[in-house]
Design a protein around this ligand. Sequence first.
Ligand code: ADP
Ligand code: FRU
Length: 289
Amino acid sequence: MAKILSVGIATLDIINEVETYPLENQEIRALNQVKCRGGNAANTAVVLSQLGHHCSWAGTLADETDTQTILDDFNALKVNTDFCEILPEGKIPTSYITLNKSNGTRTIIHYRNLPEYSFTSFRKIKLSAFDWIHFEGRNVSETVQMMQYSKKFYSEIPISLEVEKPRKNIEQLLAIADYIIFSKPYALSQGYVSAQELLISMKKQFPYKTLVCAWGEKGALACKNNQILSQNAFIPDTVVDTLGAGDVFNAGIIHQLLAHADISAALLFACRLAGKKCAAKGLENLTIN
Ligand code: ADP
Ligand code: FRU
């Protein structure tokens, strides 16, 4: 099993489950409320940990009471937090999530005022201890330095990058990563109408990289060696909770690539794992035989 460093955010997720999604200015009652740890890089790390890897998460936390919820969860799921920065000011980034019981959609309002993880902190990590580094495509000015440093001094360690949202100068990160996982919102924001269209364009720019694009309940596509492959989603009988499906999908791809599986097997596994996630709440018990 591999040693994986996942760099990005951890959040406090306040999830209100509702019978159906409300109308604007309506007042409704939640069926129940859960407060738990979330965040893309953090979610991917806890799933990889459950798949048997030794995972560390690097990011910022605030010196406030909600931080304990995050640390307890990492601890329970055996994710190392030695490299996190606990900042004296700010609040844990918080997502207010409406989970629609009737179809499993999750609508997220995210608030953050916490500074992002710094290259200064990243540089203190002994990267030689890791077999893989996964970055969230955010905090571009610092992340680009982290990625350049990793490539310059530890070129043998593969780097994966999640590109979920359009961010200024994010193309600087694309150029460095070995494996790039794009999202549907990112593709749409760039004017592409399908994963296929995004990959056709990206493969011209990055012909030697492995490129993946997830497309919600349609599944996902990937491109390697100039070949584009697709995989349907595994839709469960009842879609209970899609929160974090993309983060689970990313963990599935990384897990397979670490095992030197080919990209079609990686897509298949990641879609199965993400489909299993959608059948139940939370990110636990996510294994596939
Ligand atoms: P997110 O919105 O969390 O970023 P995506 O919508 O990109 O997630 O989906 C990632 C993967 O999760 C998809 O490729 C698919 O395999 C799976 N997935 C997403 N939504 C569903 C769904 N409703 N049913 C089954 N699988 C799903
Ligand atoms: C799910 C998630 C949530 C978090 C939000 C941050 O993908 O990581 O857990 O609140 O996205 O954007």
